[in-house]
Design a protein around this ligand. Structure first.
Ligand SMILES: [Zn+2]
Length: 329
């Protein structure tokens, strides 16, 4: 509509989390450098190239001068039903091209976006490598989050799927099987889609019921259990708005039971299920997150936690630390 409103996925989230970690005496290390090829183990090469270059192309084409276009936003979407399911062509128009990769209009790109997106993915890769090298637990303190991003689409404040990149990295480093446990308040539709036809990465998600009006609206239902070789490797545990610690932890236990036996576990650590969070109607406490960390700790010998959502800046740090204290003992 051309009306800009404040977002909640803000750079200050990263500062808050880092300050909390430093204050707690956590051993903080910087991410290592990686290449596009490392990202392309999960994402389509043309999608990675799009994210890396679209802002410069947007500026070059003069779009920021147009009404409502001072950031990269899609103009039209090629719905599969427009082409009877045939692949759509790549459009000449830059604003139409954006609609071939974007799943919503709220996830914009601007100056500095790619630097943050790429750094977050490199941080997740570093965490996976540290665990492969022998660290039992590693946490990737990243933003933007990633679990709504698929192989070649972005949305829900996510661009590259940091948790999926970490899971694939663990496999590539020798793990025979990996499980992703997603405790963000929202269903990780991107992670589900990336691994939906595979059995080497199981995916279990605890999230607010999309049938009751919550993002990502179209997916995240209990009857989505995987396809082809991945049948039975996907578990969705939708819970009702208003669910507090006990109901949420019961679902976390079920997700962990589903993940048991995996060589390594990746946790999509969204803390937006917290009671004060502006983005979800769940009522989980700091103690609930601490107990979730304790439950997850028993599922595998090596664990990579990757930050997803969590938008209440006043409590964000203690929620993350609560989970990590439970995870690390
Ligand atoms: Zn979320």
């Amino acid at each position: 509509m051309g009306v800009w409103i404040d977002g909640t996925e803000l750079p200050s989230r990263g500062d808050v989390i880092r300050d909390a970690l430093v204050g707690a005496g956590v051993d903080v290390v910087a991410p290592r450098p990686y290449t596009h090829r490392d990202l392309e183990r999960v994402h389509a090469p043309d999608f990675v190239a799009f994210l890396a270059t679209i802002w410069d192309r947007w500026v070059e084409a003069g779009f920021p001068e147009d009404p409502g276009a001072r950031r990269v936003v899609p103009y039209a979407y090629p719905l599969a039903k427009m082409t009877s399911g045939r692949p759509h062509r790549s459009p000449e128009s830059l604003s139409a091209l954006v609609g071939t990769f974007a799943m919503d209009t709220m996830t914009t790109l601007g100056p500095g976006s790619w630097d943050a997106i790429e750094a977050a993915a490199h941080c997740a890769l570093t965490a996976a490598d540290l665990v492969s090298e022998g660290e039992p637990v590693c946490y990737a303190a990243v933003r933007p989050p990633g679990h709504h991003a698929g192989r070649d689409f972005y949305g829900g404040s996510c661009y590259l799927n940091n948790a999926a990149i970490a899971a694939q990295r663990l496999l590539d480093s020798g793990a025979a099987s990996v499980a992703v446990i997603d405790i963000d308040a929202h269903h990780g539709n991107g992670t589900q889609e990336i691994f939906y036809r595979r059995s080497d990465v199981r995916y279990a998600s605890v999230h607010v019921d999309p049938a009751q009006g919550w993002f990502p609206h179209f997916v995240g239902f209990a009857d989505e259990t995987g396809a082809d070789g991945g049948v039975g490797a996907n578990l969705n545990l939708p819970i009702s708005p208003g669910t507090a610690d006990q109901g949420w932890l019961d679902a976390v236990e079920r997700a962990c039971a589903f993940a048991a036996g995996a060589d390594s576990v990746v946790v999509s650590l969204g803390v937006d299920a917290a009671a004060d969070d502006p983005e979800s109607p769940l009522l989980v406490t700091v103690d609930g997150y601490r107990r979730a960390g304790q439950i997850v700790r028993g599922t595998a010998g090596s664990i990579v936690a990757v930050q997803e959502g969590g938008y209440h800046l006043d409590t964000l740090g203690e929620l993350v630390l609560g989970f990590l204290h439970g995870l690390g003992g």
